[in-house]
Design a protein around this ligand. Structure first.
Ligand SMILES: [Zn+2]
Length: 282
């Protein structure tokens, strides 16, 4: 016990006291990401949070109590269920990434913009993974953030006007390329629906490529700007293709290709986020 105390004390002394700042900010950012991911997909607004198990508002004992319970990650007072695993994962990952990029800031973004982009990527990723959705309000907010980020990256070498131009061009390019791919995907989906009808199956609404991915590509295009959006798209598509390829190989090995292959679609959102994250931060 004494040894443990000594060790903790040594760590405290060695740890730069300024690290408390990204620790605290990271925790708050995690709370914000969790909150947005908890309410926005359901109510499309910054509404009162409800329990993910019983849907009861977080506490009926008044607004102050509700927010206190919610923000201190308490178990639900109505059903007694703990907060979701995602809640804790987001808190830990956000704190870890804030501390890491505080110590080793992105050269392109610097610390404050880097933190904003981390929060944005966190929100998009959680909502996309949980709901297969990229919401319009987050795309709009992302467009504003993207224009600021892209302009600040490119104006260092070219001045603010050309910097903003490169950001806009990147956004247009990302949006345009994914829009064309989306149209192609819609064509494939129609073909597939006809094939399924011919086979006597009911058609479903599976989309080859989500419409939200088109907006996301536009946002990331604004952030990366021209010509880096090329690298971002290419990296994302390669990554998505590679994972899907492995998935199809796994299906083939289990001899389920014929029935399942056309059912699998590629959600590009997370792959685009990963590639943009790589380009902006690492
Ligand atoms: Zn509950």
């Amino acid at each position: 016990m004494d040894n443990l105390c000594l060790l903790l004390w040594a760590i405290m002394v060695m740890m730069d006291i300024t690290l408390l700042f990204p620790l605290l900010l990271g925790w708050l950012a995690g709370l914000f990401i969790n909150y947005v991911a908890d309410v926005l997909p359901f109510t499309r607004s910054f509404s009162r949070p409800t329990c993910h198990q019983c849907q009861a508002p977080f506490s009926s004992a008044g607004l102050l109590r509700l927010w206190a319970d919610y923000l201190t990650l308490r178990t639900c007072r109505n059903c007694g269920k703990r907060r979701s695993l995602r809640t804790w994962l987001v808190q830990i990952l956000t704190v870890a990434s804030f501390v890491y990029f505080w110590l080793f800031p992105s050269k392109a973004l610097g610390i404050p913009l880097g933190m904003l982009v981390l929060i944005y990527f966190g929100i998009i990723t959680v909502i996309d993974l949980e709901h297969r959705l990229i919401l319009h309000p987050t795309s709009l907010a992302g467009a504003a953030l993207g224009l600021i980020v892209g302009t600040s990256i490119h104006s260092r070498a070219d001045g603010i006007l050309i910097g903003a131009g490169k950001s806009l061009l990147g956004g247009l390019f990302g949006f345009g390329v994914m829009f064309l791919l989306y149209q192609f995907g819609a064509l494939v989906a129609r073909f597939r629906a006809r094939k399924m009808q011919a086979a006597g199956q009911a058609a479903d609404d599976e989309e080859a490529l989500g419409g939200g991915d088109v907006y996301l590509a536009g946002v990331l295009g604004l952030m990366l700007g021209w010509p880096f959006i090329w690298n971002g798209l290419l990296l994302g598509v390669l990554l998505g293709g590679l994972i899907s390829f492995l998935f199809i190989v796994a299906l083939l090995l289990r001899r389920r290709y014929a029935s399942d292959a056309l059912m699998t679609f590629i959600p590009y959102g997370p792959y685009f986020i990963v590639s943009a994250f790589y380009l902006l931060f690492l």
